[in-house]
Structure formats: structure tokens, C-alpha cells
Design a protein around this ligand. Structure first.
Ligand code: ADP
Ligand code: MG
Length: 167
């Protein structure tokens, strides 16, 4: 899926984007969130959790590296990782979580450059805040075979319903 940019005027829009993304996701999927402090990474993850259908609350995992949210709908768990304090490539297996990447939806905050080794296929979301206008945007890009081809047209359509434009 080539890049789609969505404008996020308010916090509800960030959550709504998360819900849309969450509904596209399935076991084994990896989402890498990039954006500075306060860009909306945890807010987006809350929406993703709602879309996937997991037990909340999803909160900032800054003081733990990862948290597992079990499904409430018989689907995959959500593994929410904060890589801010991790120095090197992310080794989720070393965290000894009660969930595996293959069986879960994994969302990594601050994962750029760290989480790529977890999966060749990933959904990258870059959250930006324009310092002058405070306008927030998200750019969603699917990488790898999972996000290529007609099977992801639905995902692109869903993003279009949010006003996502190619970029
Ligand atoms: P991060 O995890 O990237 O540090 P958070 O998700 O914790 O950021 O969000 C930081 C603050 O920004 C929160 O108070 C949140 O409600 C707010 N926020 C998130 N998205 C938006 C938005 N689209 N417009 C305005 N405020 C937002
Ligand atoms: Mg956060």
C-alpha cells in the first residue's frame, strides 16, 4: 500500500484512524509508529486496540517496555511496545511476553530503526505536528507482501473514507 496521508484535526480523529487501522489488522501484523513526544502515538494505539477488539485501557507503556492486551472477541492480542528506552534492535522474544508476534498484533512506539527486524512486512505510521500551525497528520505506508496487491485495496478504501490522500 503506497503512502496515504490523513489530516487529524482533533484527538477523536487520531482514535478513529486507529480504529480503522485496527480493523485491517490480523495476527502476525506489525505496526511501527514514528513521531515525537506528544505526536499521538499512544492515542492512535488506543484506537487500534478498539479496532482489533482488545481489553483496555491502552496507556503509555513508558515505564514498562511492553504490555499485552488480550482479545475480547476471540481474535489476536495486542502487544503494545514502547521502544523509547531500548538501545538496540528490538528482541521481543527476550522480553518473555505471554504472547508471540506471530499470534498477536504488535504495535511499537518509537520503533523506527528498531522493530523492522521483527517482520519484513509492516505498516508504518508517521505522526507529524506542524510546529507553526499545530496541524497534525498521519502518513500510513504498508511495506512488504502483506500490504501489496489487491488484497489491501480494502485497506486503501478504508483510509480514503477518512479523507486519506496519496502522498
Ligand atoms: P505520544 O504517545 O506520541 O507521546 P499521546 O498519544 O500520548 O502522544 O498524545 C499526546 C497528547 O496529544 C494527548 O493529550 C492527546 O490527547 C493529544 N492528541 C492526540 N492526537 C491529537 C490530535 N489529532 N489533535 C489534538 N490533540 C491530540
Ligand atoms: Mg506514547
Amino acid at each position: 500500500m503506497s503512502g496515504r496521508r490523513v489530516v487529524l484535526p482533533g484527538v477523536d480523529d487520531t482514535r478513529a484512524l486507529g480504529r480503522v487501522l485496527g480493523r485491517m489488522l490480523r495476527a502476525g501484523d506489525l505496526v511501527v509508529l514514528t513521531g515525537g513526544l506528544g505526536a499521538g502515538k499512544t492515542t492512535l494505539t488506543q484506537g487500534i486496540g478498539e479496532g482489533v477488539g482488545v481489553r483496555g485501557p491502552v496507556t503509555s507503556p513508558t515505564f514498562v517496555i511492553a504490555r499485552v492486551h488480550p482479545s475480547t472477541v476471540g481474535g489476536p492480542a495486542l502487544v503494545h511496545v514502547d521502544a523509547y528506552r531500548l538501545g538496540g534492535a528490538l528482541e521481543l522474544d527476550d522480553l518473555d511476553l505471554d504472547a508471540s508476534v506471530d499470534d498477536s498484533v504488535t504495535v511499537v512506539e518509537w520503533g523506527h530503526g528498531l522493530a523492522e527486524d521483527l517482520s519484513e512486512d509492516r505498516l508504518e505510521v508517521v505522526l507529524d505536528v506542524d510546529p507553526a500551525t499545530e496541524r497534525r497528520t498521519a502518513t500510513v505506508t504498508g511495506i512488504g507482501g502483506r500490504w501489496a496487491g489487491p488484497s489491501t485495496d480494502d485497506a486503501t478504501d478504508l483510509l480514503s473514507t477518512l479523507g486519506g490522500t496519496p502522498c
